[in-house]
Design a protein around this ligand. Structure first.
Ligand SMILES: CCCCCCCCCCCCC/C=C/C(=O)SCCNC(=O)CCNC(=O)[C@H](O)C(C)(C)COP(=O)(O)OP(=O)(O)OC[C@H]1O[C@@H](n2cnc3c(N)ncnc32)[C@H](O)[C@@H]1OP(=O)(O)O
Length: 242
């Protein structure tokens, strides 16, 4: 009994702190931001479906949505800012890795190497990202408005179990497909001798990025599993600070 009373007090204190922290201005901005991002990813979903229905192929799909994708995915950088200034209770590192790896995939892999844009793996990660982001941003929006339908909460904290690994498979296969083109073209690479006396090989950089998924992905995935237990099952999780 005593422990449940204590739990109640802790929860009340936490809620009061939360309310104080999220100022009206921050809440207004986050609501606007999340609505805009939900709309952006919905536009992407509709554009992809329309393209496929009209053309009957995914060839050329990336080009048709590239501008919108680059805009909304790059804009997600502000989320790292949200964590840094403390208006959302999320780790800067976790969010930073997630957002930067996506931006890297969009700008430095898919957008830079035309020959891989029609790969099925590109379509795979695009579909997975789109489903994830529509669910995630609508979850945040409804949560901020205190009218969160259970199915959105359920989807936010269950779909990732399948979508996260699928997204990673799509991303890794895309980078793998890019390797021969990068090696042949020598893009983004600097060979010696040059006036800066620096050498950089983008081919090996991509291999290192692929290898970095091995330690980083499990951490992001287990973070989401902890969030799932906290939100869906009410477990109190003590996370280490950044
Ligand atoms: C430079 C090159 C680098 C290369 C490095 C490569 C290595 C990369 C390895 C990893 C690769 C990952 C690749 C990713 C692929 C995919 O995305 S596949 C698609 C499937 N993915 C997912 O399902 C995961 C999607 N990602 C996320 O959910 C997030 O990015 C996250 C950071 C992992 C989420 O964590 P977190 O924010 O902690 O979880 P939440 O439960 O959602 O939020 C916690 C609290 O914060 C509040 N909040 C967060 N954001 C907002 C917001 N915008 N607006 C309002 N509120 C927000 C949220 O409500 C929670 O609040 P409380 O309930 O009060 O605690």
């Amino acid at each position: 009994m005593a422990s449940s009373e204590e739990d109640g007090t802790v929860e009340e204190k936490e809620n009061n702190n939360k309310r104080r922290t999220k100022s009206a201005l921050a809440t207004a901005w986050l609501t606007f931001y999340n609505i805009a991002m939900t709309a952006g990813w919905l536009v992407l979903a509709i554009a992809m479906m329309r393209f496929y229905i009209q053309k009957g192929t995914t060839k050329g799909l990336y080009r048709s949505i590239a501008r919108t994708l680059k805009f909304f995915q790059t804009f997600a950088l502000v989320e790292v800012g949200h964590c840094a200034i403390g208006i959302v209770r999320t780790s800067v590192i976790v969010t930073g890795v997630q957002v930067c790896s996506r931006i890297f995939m969009v700008w430095f892999v898919t957008n830079s190497i035309r020959q891989i844009q029609s790969e099925e793996s590109v379509i795979l990660f695009l579909v997975v990202w789109t489903m994830t982001e529509i669910t995630r941003y609508s979850y945040y929006t409804f949560n901020l408005l205190h009218h969160l339908p259970y199915f959105i909460k359920w989807a936010r904290y269950n779909l990732f179990i399948v979508l996260y690994p699928l997204g990673v498979i799509g991303e890794l296969m895309t980078i793998y497909a890019a390797l021969p083109f990068v090696r042949r073209s020598g893009m983004y690479s600097m060979r010696l001798p040059n006036k800066y006396n620096v050498s950089f090989d983008y081919y090996y950089c991509l291999i290192i990025v692929m290898l970095s998924y091995i330690p980083l992905f499990p951490q992001l995935f287990f973070h989401m599993l902890r969030q799932r237990r906290r939100v869906l099952h009410g477990e109190v999780i003590v996370e280490k600070d950044d």
